[in-house]
Design a protein around this ligand. Structure first.
Ligand code: ZN
Length: 211
């Protein structure tokens, strides 16, 4: 626990303050009412994100419910992350980037081979599997995830692509936990499309109790 004077967020009690290295996974337990700040330190870095009810992980983030109940395929300030049981998991209470993806899911070694003809050694899929294993979960628990700071424009005809990211260095989102949660992140290692600006970079995750 950091004292208030050291806090990077004025008045907050910091429970965890972590630089997630480029390409690495991370996870944390977050109590109801506490906050998670994700900072895109250098900009244009996709942060692949999943969350689970800590007490009962079969209840997890659900992309379709989240799109339907927010009436949007993009997430931003005021949006709620909804569970498969249509309960609130997290609320985006601050967002300096403005657009986060619900559609494109995560990269994998296999899809990179199909898309780009390359054999990569790591991916968000493998990061998620490794990080979930620490919590007794596995590949069956990976669902369509959020990509914070990733830009996936959809045109009027339904055309969709992963485009150059909109986030600037230092952009952040603040998420309030609406239940006790396990959150799991893959700091996207993709080098073959613009998800991570063709050059994966570190991000920062701060878990805190607000003032
Ligand atoms: Zn990825």
């Amino acid at each position: 626990m950091t004292s208030e004077t050291d806090s990077p967020i004025p008045g907050a009690s910091i429970h965890q303050d972590t630089i997630i290295p480029a390409c690495a996974p991370w996870s944390a337990r977050i109590q109801k009412g506490d906050m998670l700040r994700l900072i895109d330190l250098e900009g244009r870095q996709a942060v692949d994100f999943l969350c689970y009810n800590s007490a009962s992980p079969a209840e997890r983030y659900n992309a379709a419910n989240t799109m339907k109940l927010n009436k949007s395929i993009y997430l931003g300030k005021g949006c709620v992350l909804w569970s498969v049981r249509a309960r609130k998991m997290m609320t985006i209470v601050e967002d300096t980037c403005g657009s986060h993806d619900t559609l494109a899911g995560c990269c994998s070694i296999e899809i990179d081979e199909v898309r780009f003809g390359v054999t990569n050694t790591r991916s968000c899929q493998s990061n998620f599997e490794a990080e979930l294993a620490k919590h007794g979960l596995g590949e069956k628990d990976i669902v369509a995830n959020i990509n914070f700071f990733m830009y996936v424009p959809v045109d009027a005809d339904g055309g969709v692509a992963i485009a150059e990211g909109l986030s600037k260095p230092g952009d952040y989102v603040d998420l309030r936990a609406e239940m006790d949660l396990l959150v799991v992140i893959s700091n996207c290692p993709e080098r073959d499309n613009p998800a991570a600006g063709f050059k994966p970079t570190p991000v920062r995750a701060i878990v805190y109790s607000p003032a």
